[in-house]
Design a protein around this ligand. Structure first.
Ligand SMILES: [Ca+2]
Ligand SMILES: [Ca+2]
Length: 346
């Protein structure tokens, strides 16, 4: 026999089941790692190496899954992909697909990197020279095609050349979709470290490396883009904490070798453009760290100048740091010096 009270209680329990189920589903969704493609110009600056350290630490926490890494620079030492693989291998993820842009930045002569060749030569990996690696676009298309719809975060921390080539790519063995269709179907959000906001006086490096690609991306890349201007990373100084990291850490080595100011980047740290972009890509625009500016769009001119135009229809946003940049700096350094969770795999 059920009393009125027990029937009422049973009804409440039955009502609670779907609520519990949907909460569990939400929790499962929230804890799913962010599938990320990193597009890096690792060669000149070592914040790209720092960004890889942050990304691997977030992957160790189960927050990110690195599905591919592509480089967008013609590293004079031909060693950008090998340096990336040495870092991946250190963190136990030496089998992440890596692609290179064969004609990357053909318009500019770049200085030799202070660290890519050393990282290639001093640390274990199994990647050949950049010219022998698979092409960035092939790697990107394959990675995107293999992922669930609207699941990938594309994070760019260098020139936008690969993005332009991907956008203009044709159907291939990986997907019957063209580049724009494939991006629209698979990419959930794009994070771009580039430009400066609300406007730049002189062009920012990543846009200046390939201004026509930057113009194309800002006009035609589909979906939501979070822009992070140079003023953000410039305010966040990190890297000195790598003195506490092991000597077998290739990211520490990059900071030991890369000149900054009077000495090296590891002495007192340096700006953290690329690490900040990776944080945004994996953790999103967390309100304790960021102010989000929306309801407008980014406009880039052919000289590489950028500005924010309010009130224009486009799924663009840009971010400003909320409060002290040190909060972000502490989080980045904490992640940069985490030892790998896994053992080395090639
Ligand atoms: Ca490898
Ligand atoms: Ca970079």
């Amino acid at each position: 026999m059920f009393s009125i009270n027990s029937i009422h209680s049973l009804r409440l329990k039955l009502l609670a089941i779907p609520v519990l189920c949907s909460f569990t589903m939400l929790t499962a969704q929230a804890s799913e790692p962010v599938r990320i493609i990193l597009d890096t110009d690792i060669s000149n600056d070592c914040d790209d190496a720092g960004a890889l350290a942050v990304l691997h630490a977030l992957a160790d926490q189960g927050k990110a899954e690195i599905i591919a890494i592509v480089t967008n620079i013609k590293c004079p030492a031909n060693a950008s992909a090998a340096a990336v693989d040495a870092i991946n291998t250190y963190y136990g993820r030496g089998n992440i697909p890596i692609g290179t842009d064969k004609d990357g930045l053909k318009f500019r002569t770049l200085r030799p990197s202070s660290f890519t060749a050393a990282v290639r030569d001093e640390f274990p990996h199994d990647t050949p020279g950049d010219l022998q690696c698979p092409d960035s676009i092939d790697i990107c298309r394959k990675a995107l095609a293999s992922q669930p719809d609207h699941s990938v975060v594309y994070c760019s921390v260098g020139a936008l050349s690969n993005m332009e080539d991907l956008l203009r790519s044709s159907p291939d063995q990986h997907s019957p979709l063209n580049g724009k269709e494939l991006i629209r179907k698979k990419v959930r959000v794009t994070v771009i470290m580039g430009g400066g906001f609300p406007r730049t006086v002189s062009p920012e490096t990543n846009l200046l490396l390939d201004p026509s690609a930057a113009v194309t991306i800002t006009n035609y890349w589909p979906g939501k883009i979070i822009w992070q201007g140079y003023e953000v990373g410039k305010a966040i100084i990190t890297g000195a904490a790598l003195k506490k990291a092991g000597k077998d850490n290739p990211v520490r080595r990059a900071y030991e070798l890369r000149p900054f100011g009077e000495g090296k980047a590891i002495d007192h740290g340096k700006p953290s453009h690329d690490q900040a972009a990776v944080l945004l890509a994996v953790l999103g625009i967390l309100p304790e760290y960021w102010i989000e500016i929306s309801n407008g769009r980014v406009v880039i001119d052919s000289d590489g100048h950028s500005q924010w135009k309010a009130g224009r229809k486009k799924s663009h946003r840009y971010v400003k740091i909320k409060g002290s940049p040190r909060k972000l700096g502490d989080l980045i350094e904490h992640l940069m010096i985490q030892p790998p969770a896994a053992t080395k795999t090639f």
